[in-house]
Design a protein around this ligand. Structure first.
Ligand code: BG6
Length: 535
């Protein structure tokens, strides 16, 4: 049955608890489950945001028991959860809701036995002396959340088996509960494979049961982009080509491929970060105001932006796209190897670990405003930031010699989430010296509380059936459609040598040239070099 019928957006649900559910995590022995999913579920449990009755069933191929699985998760919590301490009593309560189911992803028998396990788990709860009412337990059995935290080549097979075991509840008006599926990225490898996967999944689940997750959308500052734009009167009137000169979006990471060589080498920076995380950032910055906050209304507007992106023809990729690969270098005083020396990276690979593009949005609002996007691994610092560069003031009065710095609104997604506005002030004294100053807003300083992890927000959203922060099928396809000429353009050059950059630098010099030829520069790079020169 549809997820939408029971969906509640975050405002409506502020004071309500979700109904009982069972969550099945496919790929339960993997990294994502240990690092992100279980810590997020534990935090939701601690905050009392989950119902009394729920269960988590880890579905994986390795032999294990409920107890063994719980023990592994407890160890992982110690390692990865950003908690001061795990309360043993709370953990015991939380762990009692976790179970393990050993089966192969492609064996339908494993799904029939999963069905049985779901029933057993519910029955076990029924026998608890202070357990909930039978009605609740039936609900528990019937509200199902499947999380596909597996490599993407298993997605279609798992979906088919879920259908065979009747766990998709699709096209059945008799079911009282809901069944939803969360699918991790990467969603497809290109437009064709994304379309194929969409067609496959939507044959088994309705679109409103499908939650294509992109953890960037769960980040606090990303959600705050909508609030910044549409809950303040001052920004929207100037949020267009008349006042904005250009936009820069940077996602820089200090980490390398971290043992994910085989996955990363077929993905590269473009597919790993730019085609998904960065396209969401771009769409949220550039979208028109939606007429409501309903999931589909917001997503309609995001799709419009992606569709309006000017396609970069093959022959122009060299002008608008820069790829790079990190060579050995130094990050934070540590010598690190180059990409080609990383574990399980194929010899001579030309996969990019850095990509920068210049994108244009061909609509009225953004006519002539370039959006420069870049992302890379092994860069000097871990920063995700959106910089809105406003147009210069006219060349009169204080700017007669055209030397005044532009206003820049920097939206920091991470770390130190917040915003900074750069504006001009007079230096105290007799002379008319003007320098840029900053108005700064920081989440931590203002609210004195930690921002929740993206997965907490997104898992809770799926339990409530709110798809606003998830990618709809047409959004995925529109994004791939934009990247296809880039893929084709770069693919034809794949046999050529890829520019390298030393680990710990801001990418290949060609990425600086991308802006220099437009008389601009990467603002973040400039700031970090300024800081470096001062120190
Ligand atoms: C993932 C990518 O989607 O996002 C990783 O696969 C990347 O390669 C990660 O490191 C970055 O996420 P965050 O939240 O650390 O910016």
């Amino acid at each position: 049955m549809s997820g939408m019928e029971t969906s509640k957006n975050s405002k409506e649900r502020a004071y309500s608890k979700p109904s009982p559910f069972s969550m099945v995590i496919f790929g339960a022995s993997g990294d994502l489950t240990h690092r992100k999913l279980i810590p997020a579920l534990y935090n939701l449990h601690v905050q009392g945001l989950l119902p009394e009755d729920y269960s988590i069933i880890g579905f994986a191929r390795r032999d294990n028991t409920d107890e063994g699985f719980r023990g592994q998760l407890r160890d992982a919590m110690e390692k990865y959860a950003s908690l001061d301490a795990i309360d043993p009593a709370v953990w015991t309560d939380f762990a009692s809701k976790i179970f393990y189911h050993q089966a192969n992803f492609d064996d339908v028998q494993g799904y029939y036995s999963l069905r049985q396990k779901l029933e057993d788990v519910a029955d076990r709860g029924m026998r608890r002396p202070d357990g909930p009412s039978r009605q609740c337990l039936l609900d528990l059995k019937q509200n199902l959340l499947f999380y596909l935290a597996t490599p993407p080549n298993y997605f279609s097979g798992i979906v088919d088996r879920l259908e065979q075991a009747g766990l998709n509840y699709c096209h059945s008006n008799k079911q009282e509960g809901w069944s939803r599926i969360i699918i991790e990225k990467p969603f497809g490898h290109d437009l064709q494979s994304a379309r194929k996967l969409n067609a496959h999944i939507t044959r088994v689940f309705n679109e409103d049961q499908i939650f294509r997750i992109d953890h960037y959308l769960g980040k606090e500052t990303v959600q705050n982009l909508l609030v910044l734009r549409f809950a303040n009167a001052i920004f929207e009137p100037i949020w267009n080509h008349k006042y904005i000169d250009h936009v820069q979006i940077t996602v820089s990471e200090t980490v390398g491929v971290e043992g994910r060589g085989p996955y990363y080498d077929t993905s590269g920076a473009m597919r790993d970060i730019m085609q998904n995380h960065m396209m969401h950032l771009l769409a949220l910055v550039a979208m028109e105001p939606p007429f409501s906050l309903q999931a589909n209304t917001v997503r309609d507007e995001k799709v419009q932006v992606l569709k309006a992106l000017r396609r970069i023809p093959d022959e122009c990729t060299s002008k608008c796209v820069v790829r790079g690969q990190y060579a050995a270098g130094v990050i934070k005083d540590q010598q690190v190897p180059g990409y080609l020396q990383e574990e399980r990276v194929p010899e001579g690979s030309t996969t990019e670990t850095f990509i920068a593009i210049k994108a244009m949005i061909d609509n009225w609002r953004w006519a002539g405003v370039p959006f420069y996007l870049r992302t890379g691994k092994r860069m000097p610092s871990r920063i995700t930031e959106i910089d809105i560069h406003f147009k210069p003031v006219p060349q009169v009065l204080f700017n007669a010699d055209n030397t005044l710095k532009h206003n820049i609104l920097s939206i920091r997604i991470q770390p130190n989430d917040g915003m900074t506005m750069r504006f001009q002030v007079k230096v105290p004294g007799q002379a008319m010296n003007i320098v840029p100053a900053k108005m700064d807003f920081s989440y931590v300083d203002t609210f004195d509380q930690k921002t929740p992890d993206a997965y907490e927000r997104l898992i809770l959203d799926t339990i409530f059936g709110d798809a606003t922060l998830f990618t709809r099928s047409d959004e995925v396809e529109a994004s791939w459609d934009f990247f296809m000429p880039i893929i084709q353009g770069c693919h034809s050059k794949n046999t050529e040598k890829i520019p390298t950059y030393p680990a710990g630098s801001w990418g290949p010099t060609e990425a600086d040239d991308l802006l220099i030829k437009d008389n601009r520069f990467w603002y973040l790079t400039y700031r970090s070099l300024k800081r470096y020169n001062r120190s």
